[in-house]
Design a protein. Structure first.
Length: 259
C-alpha cells in the first residue's frame, strides 16, 4: 500500500463531507466502506476507524468546548461506564484469534446489526423521544446518573466491537435521558465522550495488531478538508433531507453485512 493511497483519501473526504453535514455517520459509513469496497479485514477496519474517529472528534470537541456546548458531568458519567467496558471487551477479544475467518464473520454481523440500529435511531428518533422522554424526565437524578453510566457501558461494548454507535445511538439515548438540555449540548457532550471511548478502543486494537497506520494517514488526509466543506454545506442542505439519505444508506449496507 502506498504511503497515502488516493482512493482511501477520497473515501475519507466523502465520509468527512457527510459527517460535517450531519454530525454523525463516521463509523457507520467508514468501517463498512473499508470492508465491502476495499476488502479490508473487518478487525483492521474497526481498529483503524476507531483511531480515525478519535482524531476527527478531538477537533470537534475543541470547537464545542470553545462554544461551551459540552456538559462535562455527562461526559464523565458516560466515560465511567464506557472505558471499563471497553477494557473488558478488549480483554475478551484478545482471547480470540482476531485475524481468523470466524472472528471476521462475527465482527461483520455485529457491524451490520449496529448499522441497522443506527438507521432506526435516525428514522424513529422523534417517536423514541415521545415514547420514553416524558417517563425518563421525572426520574430521580441519581437514577438518571446510573442510566447514563449504563449507556456508557453499552456504547463501550458495541463501539469496541464494531466502531459504530457513538454518534446516532449515543445522541438518541442522551436526548431521552436529558430532554431539557439544549440539543447543541447533547451533541457536544456525545462528541466529547467519543474521544476517550474511541481512543481507548483504538489503542486496544493497536495492541491487538488490528490498526493499519498507512490507511489511517490516508483517511485523515481526505477527511479534514471534507469535514470543513461539509460544515459549510450543512447550513445550505436541510437536516430533513440528509437524515433519510443517511438512514437509507445504513439500511442497505447493514443488510448486506448481516445477510
Amino acid at each position: 500500500m502506498p504511503h497515502v493511497d488516493p482512493w482511501f483519501a477520497l473515501s475519507g473526504f466523502f465520509v468527512g463531507l457527510l459527517v460535517g453535514q450531519t454530525g454523525m455517520g463516521g463509523g457507520s459509513l467508514m468501517t463498512p466502506l473499508l470492508v465491502l469496497l476495499f476488502g479490508v479485514h473487518p478487525a483492521t477496519a474497526v481498529g483503524t476507524d476507531l483511531l480515525y474517529a478519535s482524531a476527527t472528534k478531538s477537533v470537534g470537541t475543541m470547537v464545542h468546548g470553545m462554544n461551551r456546548t459540552v456538559d462535562w458531568q455527562i461526559v464523565r458519567r458516560l466515560a465511567q461506564g464506557s472505558v471499563p467496558a471497553t477494557a473488558a471487551t478488549l480483554f475478551a477479544i484478545a482471547q480470540l484469534d482476531i485475524s481468523s475467518g470466524g472472528a471476521a464473520a462475527v465482527i461483520s454481523t455485529v457491524l451490520g446489526i449496529m448499522l441497522l440500529l443506527t438507521a432506526l435511531s435516525l428514522i424513529f428518533r422523534q417517536r423514541f423521544l415521545q415514547m420514553f422522554g416524558q417517563r425518563l424526565e421525572h426520574l430521580p437524578l441519581r437514577k438518571i446518573a446510573r442510566l447514563t453510566i449504563l449507556t456508557g457501558v453499552l456504547l463501550g461494548v458495541l463501539v469496541t466491537i464494531s466502531s459504530v454507535g457513538a454518534g446516532a445511538l449515543g445522541v438518541t439515548a442522551l436526548l431521552m435521558l436529558y430532554p431539557r438540555l439544549p440539543t447543541a449540548r447533547i451533541v457536544g457532550s456525545d462528541i466529547a465522550h467519543a474521544v476517550p471511548l474511541t481512543l481507548a478502543a483504538g489503542a486496544g486494537h493497536w495492541w491487538l495488531g488490528s490498526v493499519d497506520w498507512a490507511l489511517l494517514a490516508a483517511l485523515l488526509t481526505g477527511s479534514v478538508p471534507g469535514i470543513i466543506l461539509g460544515s459549510y454545506l450543512s447550513a445550505r442542505i436541510p437536516d430533513v433531507v440528509l437524515r433519510p439519505i443517511l438512514a437509507a444508506t445504513l439500511v442497505v449496507v447493514g443488510s448486506r453485512l448481516v445477510l
